[in-house]
Design a protein around this ligand. Structure first.
Ligand code: SF4
Length: 350
């Protein structure tokens, strides 16, 4: 599967063109430093002119980039053709390469109480082109900033929206990234709040790429989870455990690595009692890594867990044989948590 919209437009423009020409079009778009169809010299002048008039080079019309003080995080607000805005983030990772966090929807219907995007509500799914273009945007950004490390090594689907609620488009975008960007399957992670019906589909879908999955658990107590994640339901946890076991049995290898994400919220899910419930849930489910996420959205009723408490929580998990890490907090000074920049942008325009 490929970037559908551009492929369709290409076929309309050049119905007689052989198949390799379509591949050339996609390859051109992923060529570093090229900023428009005029650069695509593998095509004749007539074809380049037709492409310039018939197929947009990118799927956004404006961009605004913020840089963190440490210069290790950049956040972009991209305006799409219909005027809707989405966010994407470029973060320096542990290997000193870049990880991109991409959005998959404009807004989100999942309404997670701690999330800025959740407060916006859902507007629409993003197309596969719009998803892929976040990668292309950062590729060209790095090209324009030659003093920065140039390698994008990882992509995480953890920006605005619930990726699995836009299944076909994210699948198509991932296939395009695997084919045309220099990114391997084990370097792409799709995060989900736990859309079990689609997670079931992944178990059977032969076309689903061999990427990593991260499930947002946030609590192993059903009442607390329901409070944080309103789409949760009474028997979500046993169903997730059951699904995780089958997933690991079927795909228990490096490429299908499974993680549980756990955002640390002060006084909500961060006590040692919570750690005990989490350890019990994880150890009876399988060998699944837990990633503790420091909370960094300030305009909310939730508070960040103090670092010392996160450390105690982490130590408890380690002591009880849970493989767990804490995510490094980045870009706090540029509202890098998902959806925050759009909220801030709207406020400044009021
Ligand atoms: S955390 Fe993710 S799934 Fe929940 S509201 Fe925010 S974007 Fe949606």
């Amino acid at each position: 599967m490929e970037q559908e919209l551009r492929s369709q437009l290409f076929r309309k423009l050049f119905p007689q063109a052989p198949r390799y020409r379509l591949d050339q079009m996609h390859t051109a778009q992923f060529t570093r430093g090229w900023t428009g169809w005029g650069d695509a010299t593998m095509f004749s002048k007539e074809m380049r002119d037709a492409l310039s008039h018939g197929i947009p080079w990118v799927s956004f019309i404006s961009s605004k980039v913020l840089e963190s003080k440490k210069k290790d995080t950049y956040k972009a607000l991209l305006e799409l053709f219909d005027g809707k805005k989405i966010e994407t983030v470029l973060m320096l990772n542990r290997k000193n390469n870049w990880t991109i966090c991409v959005s998959s929807q404009v807004g989100c219907a999942m309404r997670c109480g701690f999330c800025a995007t959740g407060k916006m509500g859902f507007t629409r799914n993003m197309t596969s082109d719009e998803i892929v273009d976040q990668y292309r945007f950062w590729m060209n950004f790095l090209c324009e900033h030659p003093k920065l490390d140039q390698k994008i090594s990882n992509i995480v689907f953890m920006g605005m929206g619930e990726p699995l609620a836009n299944y076909e488009n994210i699948k198509s975008a991932i296939h395009a990234l695997l084919k045309y960007a220099v990114i391997g399957e084990t370097h792409i992670t799709v995060s989900t709040v736990g859309v079990l019906s689609v997670m079931e589909k992944i178990l059977e879908d032969k076309d689903w790429p061999r990427v990593r999955l991260a499930v947002s658990l946030h609590s192993a107590d059903p009442d607390i989870r329901k409070n944080i994640v309103p789409t949760s339901f009474e028997d979500f946890l046993p169903k997730l455990a059951n699904w995780s076991k089958r997933y690991l049995k079927k795909f228990g290898n490096r490429s299908h690595h499974l993680t549980y994400e756990y955002v640390m919220l002060a006084g909500v899910n961060d006590s040692l009692v919570d750690a005990k419930k989490l350890a019990n849930f994880v150890t009876t489910t399988g060998k699944i890594k837990v990633n503790l996420i420091p909370y960094n959205f300030t305009d909310s009723e939730f508070q960040k867990t103090p670092d010392e408490q996160t450390q105690k929580f982490l130590e408890y998990l380690h002591k009880h044989t849970v493989i767990a890490t804490t995510r490094k907090t980045m870009g706090e000074d540029i509202a890098a948590a998902c959806g925050q920049l759009i909220v801030a942008d709207k406020k400044t325009k009021k």
